[in-house]
Write a protein that binds this ligand. Structure first.
Ligand code: GAL
Length: 523
């Protein structure tokens, strides 16, 4: 078969790659934790820094070096943190200057509470009282004034023991950082989606417990991130944790490692879900095939795409497999990135129906994971996806179709967090469309679900159907104007503007037990 010429997405990819230094794209770099835990030193960090250049990773976009837990020494008589005397005998600035001399950024680490995680879990007792709680200003001044770091990841082990309130303590830290240098990049490491307040404070937030070195861990992180696309926006990303690609020879993290298919799937899903890309292996020992995966420019472009969107699950089966999709290049344009994701233990023939991703006409398909053109297809494209596999494609249609369904798991829940402060949540349910529904909206004006991307080509009258628990009253706001419904069974007639519209559903006083999806029919 003659390979199809790429038209739209090659210039787009090139543009996105050149934009990867843009401060708002997901972070790309290397971090010390997965391979070394607290056993780090200045020479080790400097060697890994060199390797980013030597292995071509810096040229591919990995231009930040994060020093994770393990560098703490003691607080001096003024309370100022000193670096670990054996691991960093020449001080932190020495290392930061070295990282900067290569043209890269340098990241540091702390805890929102009194004690670091390493002091609690890795016998690094030197981390006791090394966290930022009650030392917010002095630690911000030390890390960013004296040592000149550019980024900080702030963990929560000590804070959890101290019983702190996430939003209050991270806000306090944000303010302390801003007093030293406004806009320092901050990662909230609370191991679960912390709440919508995080986007005012942080560039990224962890959504999962620590990644392990096996497929089960990858699968669970993808599951946790699947309903979170609405919280991703330019400069604010759901952090799926440091990559485990290349850790095969390494035994520090629990697990036997990923094989080539699994590594490729991890990279594909981290890229299409716009996670920060932090390499976590010892670069001295990285296998050539892992290096090749990490340097794939077409997947990196999907991750760094200027639209800064996170793929959402267009189709999800009860076995966890599904189709994830996002626009790239242009919102509501003809080019989209799609992942066919198969987390199961057997290979699957997966069908991508173009209607499911709102594309019509003839569709060009390029496999970005393996960097080859697949051809031009009508209606559907079928691929064999290996067990524990994901293949990411760029698809280029000739028509963009108006969507008729918006799943609850694509919606933004103003009061959602995954730490149990509020009840509202995305719930797995095999009998719901996309195997997911949202439970416990309503009973407060803030507790709503909202879709801001309800697209109408020409505008006009639509019938709005809501798949929800029928008995409960609903308040629906279409571009701000209120409609009351006694139950979800009422078919509302609404007007949409041409282009993007916002639909919000909630109730100021009554609970809405469950919403599965909404659908629109043009009148
Ligand atoms: C964990 C965190 C890891 C790593 C570690 C350091 O809480 O999730 O990514 O930073 O602490 O002790």
């Amino acid at each position: 078969m003659k390979l199809h010429r790429l038209s739209l997405f090659i210039p787009a990819i090139a543009a996105a790659i050149s934009a990867q230094a843009a401060p708002k794209a997901p972070l790309m770099g290397w971090s010390s934790w997965n391979a070394f835990f607290v056993d780090i030193s200045d020479s080790l960090i400097m060697r890994q820094t060199d390797l980013l250049g030597e292995l071509g990773l810096a040229d591919a976009g990995y231009r930040q070096v994060n020093i994770d837990d393990g560098f703490f020494g003691h607080r001096d008589s003024t309370g100022r943190m000193q670096p670990h005397p054996v691991r960093f005998p020449n001080g932190m600035k020495h290392v930061v200057d070295y990282i900067h001399s290569k043209g890269y950024k340098a990241g540091t680490y702390s805890d929102a509470g009194h004690n670091t995680c390493g002091s609690m879990w890795n016998n690094d007792t030197i981390g006791i009282n090394a966290g930022m709680y009650e030392h917010e200003d002095i630690d911000a001044a030390t890390a960013f004034g004296d040592w000149n770091f550019d980024f900080i990841k702030i963990d929560y082990c000590g804070a959890e023991c101290d019983g702190l309130v996430e939003q209050e303590q991270y806000t306090k830290i944000r303010q302390a950082l801003d007093r030293v240098r406004p806009g320092i990049a901050l990662n909230i490491c609370r191991w679960r989606f912390p709440g919508t307040w995080a986007e005012d404070i942080a560039e990224s937030w962890r959504i999962s417990q620590d990644i392990m070195n096996d497929w089960e861990s990858i699968k669970s992180i993808v599951d946790l991130n699947a309903p979170l696309s609405a919280y991703c926006r330019n400069g604010h990303y759901n952090d799926m944790d440091m990559l485990t690609i290349g850790l095969r020879e390494n035994t520090s993290l629990t697990g036997d490692g990923l094989d080539h298919t699994e590594e490729s799937a991890q990279f594909g899903m981290w890229c299409i879900m716009s996670s920060p890309l932090l390499i976590g292996c010892d670069l001295e020992k990285i296998p050539a095939s892992s290096l090749e995966i990490l340097k794939n420019p077409e997947l990196i472009a999907v991750n760094q795409d200027p639209l800064a969107l996170q793929a959402y699950p267009a189709v999800r089966e009860a076995d966890g497999s599904g189709v994830f999709v996002k626009d790239i290049v242009r919102r509501n344009g003809l080019t989209r990135a799609v992942a066919l994701y198969n987390p199961t233990d057997t290979a699957k023939s997966m069908v991508l129906r173009f209607r499911d991703i709102d594309l019509g006409g003839k569709v060009k398909v390029r496999d970005l994971s393996n960097r080859r053109d697949m051809g031009v297809f009508k209606d559907k494209f079928t691929a064999e996806i290996p067990a524990h596999g994901a293949i990411v494609y760029a698809v280029d249609g000739t028509r963009r179709l108006e969507p008729s369904v918006y799943e609850a798991e694509w919606g933004y829940l103003q009061m959602f967090d995954n730490i149990g402060r509020n009840n509202v949540k995305y719930t797995y349910d095999a009998s719901s469309s996309g195997c997911m529904k949202v439970e416990f909206l309503g009973a407060s004006p803030e507790n709503y679900i909202e879709w801001t991307n309800v697209y109408s080509e020409k505008g006009g009258r639509y019938s709005l159907n809501i798949k929800a628990t029928p008995e409960c009253p609903l308040q629906i706001r279409v571009n701000g104007s209120l409609h009351e419904a006694d139950s979800a069974a009422d078919k509302l007639k609404i007007s949409l503007e041409p282009g993007f519209n916002t639909i919000r559903i909630g109730h100021d006083t009554s609970v809405i037990p469950a919403i599965d999806f909404i659908s629109l029919v043009k009148q």
